[in-house]
Structures are given as C-alpha cells and as structure tokens.
Design a protein around this ligand. Structure first.
Ligand code: TMP
Ligand code: ASP
Length: 237
C-alpha cells in the first residue's frame, strides 16, 4: 500500500501511497514527545490508539461536510489521506484556559473564553513553534489574507462540531491544535491529526484529563487514558 518514506515527524511517518498519485499513507508511531521533543518515551500501542481516534474524528467531520485530507483507515496504525502541502501554521482554538496561555498571560486555569480564542503558531521546531500574529502568518506562509480568514473561520466551525461531539461522551473540549494543507487543486483542507496528542479533553464532571497532559505533567498512564477516550467514542455508535 505504501512506497517511499517522504517525511518522518515526531508522531507519524508519511509515505507515498502505492499506485495512487496524490495520496499518502500516514503511519502513526508509538513515540510520545513533549516540550518540543525534550521529553520522549515510547508507548507500545499509542500509534494504534491515535490512528483509531484521529480516523474516528476525521470521519465524523467529513460526514458533517468539513473538507479534510482523510480518506480511510487502512490498518491498525495507518490511514490513507489526500496529499497536501502543509501550511506551516498551528491553529489553536481555546474554549477554556489551560497550558501555555495560563503562563504567557497569567490567566487562571479553567477560565472560560466566550467567544473562543484562536491563536496562530509558526510551525518550526528549531524556533520552538512561536506564537505569531496575522501579519507574520501572511509573511511566513503562502496564504492570502482571505485564506487566512477562511482558515480561522473553519477552525471555529470545527470547534463547534468537535465540542458537540465530545459533549456526547461527557468530555469538555478545552483546546486543540489544527493544521491545514493545500491540495493540488489549490483548495485548503483540514490535514494532520486530531487526537489526544493535539487536544485537551477533560471529563465533564471530574475534570480528569484524557489527553497528553498526563504525559507532559507525569500525572497518569498515557495508554490507559487514550484507550479510555477511544472506548467512549466507540460506545457512541
Ligand atoms: P499549548 O497550551 O501548549 O499552547 O497547547 C494548546 C493545544 O495545542 C493543546 O491542546 C495541545 C496542542 N498542541 C499540539 O498539538 N502540538 C504542540 O506542539 C503544542 C505545543 C500544543
Ligand atoms: N508536540 C510537541 C512536542 O512533541 C509539544 C507538545 O505537544 O507538548 O514536543
């Protein structure tokens, strides 16, 4: 199904799909990293869990009419996607204060943001993915001003859809990171992954973290909480 390795990131390997031009195979790895790769550990089974969780979420978004790169899950750790040129922006949506914003702006954790905040980070490991503004984003990427507005509007629309989805499994979507890519046609679609690596998800009643914060902060068992999240999603249908 896959041929040449095109790129290896911290959490996935990206291959050209065999005999299918314009399609890629994403292979989810078992590595967990935090703090720009400073903390690293291998969890056997993490790749399978994130592949399943991200495939579930992208399928749900596709069904709701969001244009994404996702085509289908191929195996335990692999999925088939449309090839895109990744736009080097990390688009973070925040519904509740947690993580970097609580330190950067001294906002108390758990403070709600109404309306939600959208932040842009420049996707560059050697710079540590710095926070940037719209003018920087226009300078650093090849998106136009109207495409940037479109990306932010899409991120907020996806926030509403995901907030509703996670509410059905008693989880609060605190914040998450999205990446967008450009298809050969020029069209911009949602790319990369949506998983507990890229979201903060708190149990609606207990505020228990079902995401990578358990690894970042050393407060829980990553495999156990990712499996718990997958079980809740699978019990929906
Ligand atoms: P932050 O609070 O560390 O800025 O993270 C905001 C959200 O983005 C959180 O849900 C985790 C996610 N995220 C990533 O997916 N990749 C990253 O490299 C970082 C720093 C955060
Ligand atoms: N993804 C980043 C890393 O691998 C940071 C994070 O998610 O906390 O280091």
């Amino acid at each position: 199904m896959k041929t040449d390795l095109l790129y290896e990131g911290k959490a996935k390997r990206v291959y050209q799909a065999k005999d299918k031009t314009g399609q890629l195979v994403l292979d989810y790895k078992n590595d967990a990293t935090a703090f720009n790769g400073e903390k690293k550990e291998v969890f056997i089974g993490k790749g399978r869990l994130n592949n399943e969780i991200s495939a579930y979420i992208f399928k749900a978004l596709n069904e709701q009419g969001v244009q994404t790169h996702f085509i289908e899950k191929l195996s335990e750790t692999e999925q088939l996607v449309h090839q895109t040129e990744i736009i080097p922006l990390e688009v973070v949506v925040r519904n509740v204060a947690a993580g970097s914003i609580t330190r950067r702006l001294e906002i108390e954790a758990d403070t709600p943001f109404t309306p939600p905040l959208v932040e842009l980070f420049y996707k560059d490991d050697k710079l540590g993915d710095p926070l940037i503004n719209d003018e920087h984003a226009l300078f650093l990427s090849d998106v136009t001003r109207s495409e940037l507005q479109e990306i932010k509007a899409k991120a907020l629309e996806i926030n509403q859809q995901l907030t509703t989805l996670f509410e059905t499994v008693d989880l609060k979507l605190v914040d998450f990171k999205l990446e967008f890519g450009r298809l050969a046609s020029g069209c911009i679609v949602l790319s990369d992954e949506i998983s507990p690596d890229t979201c903060r998800l708190w149990d609606i009643t207990t505020n228990e973290n079902l995401d990578k914060d358990v690894f970042r902060q050393g407060t829980g068992d990553l495999l156990e909480v990712y499996q718990k999240l997958l079980n809740r999603l699978e019990a929906r249908t």
